[in-house]
Design a protein around this ligand. Structure first.
Ligand SMILES: [Fe+2]
Ligand SMILES: [Fe+2]
Length: 233
């Protein structure tokens, strides 16, 4: 079956895992992650509890951002390098969608999950994430499949997975969506995101523990800066 983009190529969604190049190929890895993301997004509609909705959006957000960052740093550069006609209009379009999702998720970090605005922003972000997955499965990945061999598809898959695991976990709409800017900022952002994730885990936002610990955290940060400054001088 050909895909709805009428490009004459078979959508990755209509291929078996063998046809995609096996479980480690970038086609299979993308397809699995898109399906898991979709299931997670569906669970948002299964509850009306603001706390639970906030937790689901945070999980979708982290997962979608890691997935997209690994595309921007690994998959899209490989696609632009391998495609003979250097067609990068498609990757620019998808990077634009990633930017929209980054901006929406950043706005959601400051929004109240019980508000109507929050729900509207979530639904818009989910729609863009789904649209993005279709662009990749129906267009970008089948085009890549035409020019890359199975070994290459698996090598790109392994590099994408490695990048996905080590990528930033929070929205960063102000960094470039393309190399080298995103590659250079990716490592320090991944480290600082994990520090923030650790603090949020120990001291949940809005909790009494967090309010009580805030002065201690400020004193600790100032102490580290002062001690660090003395050592350098
Ligand atoms: Fe994407
Ligand atoms: Fe994707």
């Amino acid at each position: 079956m050909t895909n709805p983009r009428h490009n004459g190529l078979r959508s990755v969604a209509d291929q078996t895992e063998d046809e995609r190049g096996g479980p480690g190929s970038i086609l299979s890895r993308q397809s699995r992650d898109h399906a898991e993301l979709d299931e997670l997004m569906r669970s948002y509609d299964a509850t009306s509890d603001p706390g639970e909705r906030g937790r689901i959006v945070a999980e979708v957000g982290e997962r979608a951002l890691r997935h997209a960052f690994a595309e921007e740093t690994v998959l899209f550069p490989a696609y632009r390098r391998l495609l003979a006609d250097g067609d990068d209009e498609l990757t620019r379009h998808i990077e634009g969608d990633h930017q929209t999702v980054n901006e929406a998720l950043e706005a959601l970090q400051r929004a109240d999950p019980a508000s109507a605005d929050y729900d509207a922003t979530v639904r818009h972000a989910f729609e863009v994430i789904r649209h993005d997955a279709h662009d990749e499965e129906d267009d970008l990945l089948p085009r890549l499949q035409q020019v890359a061999g199975v070994h290459e598809l698996r090598a790109i898959g392994a590099a994408w997975e490695l990048q996905r695991r080590t990528s930033p976990t929070r929205p960063h709409p102000r960094i470039p969506r393309e190399p080298p800017g995103n590659v250079l900022t990716g490592i320090p952002l991944a480290v600082s995101d994990r520090v923030k994730d650790g603090v949020d885990h120990l001291l949940p936002v809005g909790s009494t523990r967090r309010r009580l610990a805030a002065p201690v955290v400020v004193v600790a940060v100032v102490a580290v800066l002062v001690i660090g400054g003395r050592r350098r001088s």
